[in-house]
Design a protein. Sequence first.
Length: 305
Amino acid sequence: MSVRNILVVDDFDQFRQFLVSTLQEKAEFEITEASNGLEALQKAEEQPDLVLLDISLPGLNGIEVARRLRRLAIPPKIVFVSQEFSSEVVVEALDLGALGYVHKLRAGSDLLPAIEAALEGRRFVSGDLEIGQYIDAQTPPRHEILFCSDPVTLRNALADFVADALKSGNPALVRVTKSCESSLRVELRGRGVAIEAATKRGTYEFLDVEEPPDPTRVSDAIRRLSEAASQTGKKHPRVAFWGELAGRMWADGNTDEAIRLEQLANELAKHHDIDILCPYPLPHGRQDDPGFKSICAEHSAVSFR
């Protein structure tokens, strides 16, 4: 069981201690505290996995803290925990790349599910379905890089990513090897996903990674998937796109080509409602390599598993 480092930022001592005590119920959490924005930025230099962030902080508010956290070479995942809950505030917070927004009145029930979702790269927002749909329609596409420790972890991450999309009614597009796609289908069946049915109704597609990259082909597939999901009744469908070629190129030392592919992915995200997850092997001492930092900079979030 891997330990996750969580930075808790809130200026109200009693509420911060409530958050800390809730987290201490989980042995896998290592907790650090901060009571204002500047202290949060200082402690974020220790590279926490996740930051629980209040908005109303003295001196430097949580929105500005989030902006500065996004500039770090390896930015942490962010979950806002705030008493503010208008749709405008929530959308602004999520536009900054946060994966979660928990209303303080619901922290007792929503905090741990929000943390679990964020650590897995999924979005969690307190509130009713109407607000959730509004946020889904307004938040920008995600382009996340996921550094995986081994092939089993990578396979599980892929299966989780695709299963989460299909179970929520969203479509999924994977660009992997044929053998990987065959294994993925087995994993998805084990997670209760009717993958054959999804393929038949057009909400799941596979593109062979061994074929040359073709942005037009990918773009056409995204359009088909989005239209198919809309026909099933999904409002504001968002295509989950997993592509492993850039990570393989980087592992082989072709950093410039990997960056070029990530830039193409960002171009796709400008024109389509998509969430992109890119698997890479662990850097293993390459964190100070300019190429590593350049690749991370092409993504909206960086995570390790």
